[in-house]
Design a protein around this ligand. Structure first.
Ligand code: UD1
Ligand code: UDP
Length: 372
């Protein structure tokens, strides 16, 4: 391989989770790797860096309360230029579709540094849905030199957009590498989880919820909360809804006043990654708008209701594990009701699938980099 100084770019929680196996595989191949953190996230990111043993080389510490996309973008562009120059980086790997990833890729373009894009090619082709991620990933698609789509549909999107076929390598999604590593090696070392243990002992089913998409703030988030309240009321004695509420103030102000008085909805702080994996493993149903959680749940065979209007991860919907219900209270309730009462319908949906990957994506990425 021609590159000497490889770096990985992490801005938010999911980027740390999804780049950890690439870091490990690079180190296993004997390569030095720098970890550059923008600090777009702080509290959500720090425990995960520790849990997954990610040693940070540089941290821009950019998080501000309720930060605007413009200020964040400007901070990443400026801060990354200095870091890239200081470390003489010659390949930066970015992941996914955050503003950190997009602006770091742009900084590389300006500085004439190669970019590899992990989780390339996801699209809804709806400009503002998800916002701003659809535009971020399209921008990275234009800027990157090497593209690692996780699945065939993502690869086909890149080809449709005339990306050079030789620069595209389908590898699977690295989220599955991390998930399997966590499940098989780390989760079993956790201590007890008294709240979940108690609920399950009482015969309650766990319904795990997450949500944070900007395009849902306001009416759509209120409607999602209404659907959750209806589920909680209909299954007051048999279901416990566990909802780690994202720290974005727009999520907190939409969710807490709407749901904090419902007895069988537990609004909690975001969980560490390993705890979250443990709770996913023990959940009957997951209701989410998260990209990563959809992928993980499909691998674990936990049925998912996706509370979004559009979705770039239809592989799990086609495999029958996930269902796109939108931010629609009625549909969220009726779909959850069916899965919680009809064993046959549930059995058809609760199937693990490898549509997003087999747990060896990072290994493939590093093999390809070494040969390029
Ligand atoms: C970001 C990404 C989104 C990704 C999500 C993963 C963008 C534009 N959005 O959304 O693509 O799916 O992360 O979670 O890149 N906050 C804290 N502590 C934290 C993190 C956030 O307090 O550790 C609060 C701050 O007030 C911050 C706000 O949440 O200003 C929004 O954070 P931001 O990273 O801009 O957006 P997310 O909604 O987290
Ligand atoms: N996650 C976590 N703790 C939580 C909720 C989620 O560690 O309380 C993990 C989850 O396992 C997944 C990732 O965070 O790997 C998803 O991040 P998020 O939903 O914030 O972003 P997205 O995937 O939508 O970009």
């Amino acid at each position: 391989m021609q590159v000497k100084n490889i770096a990985l770019l992490i801005g938010t929680r999911p980027e740390a989770i999804k780049l950890m196996p690439v870091m490990r595989a690079l180190k296993q191949a004997g390569l030095k790797v720098d970890i550059f953190v923008t600090g777009q996230h702080r509290e959500l990111l720090e425990p995960i860096l520790t849990e997954l043993d990610i040693e940070v080389t540089e941290n821009l510490n950019l998080m501000q309360a309720d930060q605007t996309l413009t200020d964040l973008s400007a901070g990443v562009l400026k801060g990354m230029k200095e870091i890239l120059q200081r470390h003489e980086t010659d390949l930066l790997m970015v992941q996914g579709d955050t503003t950190s990833a997009a602006m770091a890729a742009l900084a590389c373009f300006y500085e004439n540094i190669r970019v590899a894009h992990v989780e390339a090619g996801l699209r809804t082709y709806s400009r503002r849905n998800p916002f701003p991620e659809e535009m971020n990933r399209k921008l990275i698609g234009c800027l990157a030199d090497i593209h690692f789509p996780p699945t065939v549909p993502a690869l086909e999107n890149l080809l449709k957009e005339s990306v050079d076929a030789e620069s595209i390598h389908m590898v699977g999604n690295t989220v599955i590498d991390t998930l399997f590593y966590a499940r098989d090696h780390l989760v079993k070392k956790l201590g007890p989880n008294p709240d979940i243990d108690r609920a399950i002992k009482q015969g309650r089913k766990i319904v795990l919820v997450t949500g944070h998409r900007r395009e849902s703030f306001g009416d759509d988030l209120a409607s999602i909360c209404e659907g959750l309240r209806e589920i909680a009321e209909a299954f007051a004695d048999t279901v416990e809804i566990v909802y780690p509420v994202h720290l974005n103030p727009n999520v907190q102000s939409g969710v807490r006043p709407a749901l904090s008085s419902v007895p069988n909805i537990r609004l909690i702080e975001p969980l560490s990654y390993l705890r979250f994996v443990e709770v996913m493993l023990r959940s009957t149903l997951i209701i989410t708008d998260s990209g990563g959680v959809q992928e993980e749940a499909a691998a674990l065979g936990v049925p998912v209701l996706i509370t979004r209007r559009t979705c770039e991860r239809l592989e799990a919907v086609e495999a029958g594990v996930s269902q796109l219900v939108g931010p629609d209270a009625g549909k969220i309730f009726s779909s959850a009701h069916e899965l919680l009462t009809d064993e046959a319908a549930y059995g058809k949906r609760a199937k693990s699938t490898s549509v997003f990957g087999d747990g060896r994506a990072a290994e493939r990425i590093v093999d390809i980099l070494l040969k390029s």
